[in-house]
Design a protein around this ligand. Sequence first.
Ligand SMILES: [Zn+2]
Length: 344
Amino acid sequence: MTADQPDNRPTDRPADRPNDQTNDRSADPQADRPDDRPNDQADDQRAVAILMYHSVTDRPTPETRGLSVPVAAFADQMAHLAAEGFTPLPFSALGSAAHSRARRPVVITFDDGYADFHENALPILERHGFAATVFVTTGWLADAGADAAGRPLDRMLSWAQAAEAAAHGIEIGGHSHSHPQLDQLDDHALREELVRSRDLLEERLGAPVRTMAYPFGYSSARVRRMVRAVGYDTACAVANRMAAGAADPLAVPRLTVRATTRPRTFARVVEGRDIPLIFLKDHALTRAYAVVRRTRYALRRATAPHHALTSPRPSDPHRVPAPRRGNTPHPDEAPASESRETRP
Ligand SMILES: [Zn+2]
């Protein structure tokens, strides 16, 4: 690790200046820099790529395929980070002294808690001494027993494997209990999802859990208020842009890594020099889809019988995004009819 190597690059960018590479560049005075960087975030140690992985496997299920990364590709990506001197930090270390000291900070996250994290990703992370964060859906765990909830998409971690990962320095965060679309739940069910997941993780792993990732990557203002109220400090979203010092700690954007992410794209994304077109497109679609979802929730509130709101079906991760014919999407992906971007 290179956490004690000071980084003396200037950090004088005003905290309130947008650091969103997807902003309209015509309004950005930095847009005409000779090296064609959209802004100066490559010079800002607070701007950090937060990578989002799901399954790391050569044998994905039809539902995890869209967001799985082959083992060799993951190994190459981690080797690239090591060779380029990046310092992976746990997600909760963002904004901490360790973040300030870190040379070329980056955050590596995994959603859902697939067994292949333990089998395939952990040995590679260990080889490099890399920190990472796994956001676990507690009701999906292989031996959840009486707490089982929802419908796992592949073999999931066991509690023992999650504990072993934690013992090896992997940060474990929450990802709800049953992987519902949190913004579609009423307040009572929403609180239950957040609290049950957190309490189970703390009880079984013996460490405080103050961070989480939203299932499907999306949160509403109401969801974020509840997340804060029940005691989480930070939460991951998906916006496919860099996270900056001024990012909302309850909606920190992440960058999707998938099987189709080429080495050159990966290198450019973690550098923060450029966000390729595919990510720009993802971000635009994320925003568009959020509007669709808000409208839907309002309609359901207005028209659904009361029980439809108080008895959600969190066990069915597909109940809003309908499966695409012939190509079952990961529940963290939106249906093709609305957008094709990723939502963890
Ligand atoms: Zn997920």
